[in-house]
Design a protein around this ligand. Sequence first.
Ligand code: KG4
Ligand code: ZN
Length: 351
Amino acid sequence: MLCLGIETSCDETALALVEDGIVRGHVLASQSDVHALFGGVVPELASREHYRFLGTLFDELMSKVNPSNDIDVIGVSRGPGLLGGLLTGVAFAKALAFGLGARLIGIDHLRAHLLVAGLDVNLPFPSLGLLVSGGHTQIYRMDAPASFSLLGRTLDDAAGEAFDKVGALLGMSYPCGLIFDKVSKRGTPDNKLFSKPYLNNDNLDFSFSGLKTAASQYYLQNFRDKFPQIHFDNDLSKVPQAICDFCASFTLSLVETLVEKIKRALDYYPDVKSLVLAGGVAANSTLREAMEKLMRERKGHLFVPPPKHCTDNAVMIAYSTWRLAQIGYCHDLDMTTIPKGTPIPEDMKTC
Ligand code: KG4
Ligand code: ZN
């Protein structure tokens, strides 16, 4: 079964072909240069760039792979994301499905981030899924490729957003996560500097905006005048030690909060023995080490997709398409597109 995946939910235009669970090819055009000028993604510009690139990228993918079989299923990110970008991808997918007589499946972008962990390994179900990205921080119980339950989510900032906002204040360029990680590794964390936010409850939700504000205030009061311009370029040895320690403390507080909530989820669901960690922040070295340690202690398993499949990509969409199509699911051509903040309906039908 040959499945095409299309991803246009944010600032990457990407397409991939997965055949019977194996990646046949993928193409991606990043718009980060366009948006870097504005310090964040500009939705209208993103839609225009998707519109500009989709056709060319599709041709490029088809000539690269030169598949001998017709495309059976077309899967597309239907949400959550920026509505204009999603609509561009969904309109393209529907037209293609109609023209080729292929099946259409609208893919939940967030579930796809987690499901792609099963691309190269046999992912067990049930598993817990922790999705940590620039826009989302969510815990799922994953019972099957088509059966996910949302157990917890951030009430305000996402984990990546917290790294990005504090990093930007320090003078790091957007997105700040990777450089924040490297600077943190040079520091010694003080686990009393910042508290672990939103643990005094019994739920699995997160709230990172207080931690972000506390870190910002601390920086403004203690470091802004002392270190007016910090250079985060190639030579990180020039970053003041106090700043490295500050970053390490912030990272520790955020990571330990994520770990505490996952511990809690494992306690609430003792039948679950594995954890999938996905999304851009899954690349964070402190987070990975902490989750590996936790799952070792719990005699369970941690699954983390490779970095290229943690950030937005179309392989995760094509792979999820294949997993769902295998079970026999599809959508009609009137499938809706779902912007961020609106729940994705369970409206797949059996074809
Ligand atoms: O999943 P992703 O590529 O895009 C979406 O947000 O959908 O995630 C990007 C986020 C950014 O906030 C970025 O700063 C963060 O992931 N990130 C990291 C690291 N690498 C990327 N955060 C912490 N540590 C990292 N090593
Ligand atoms: Zn994403």
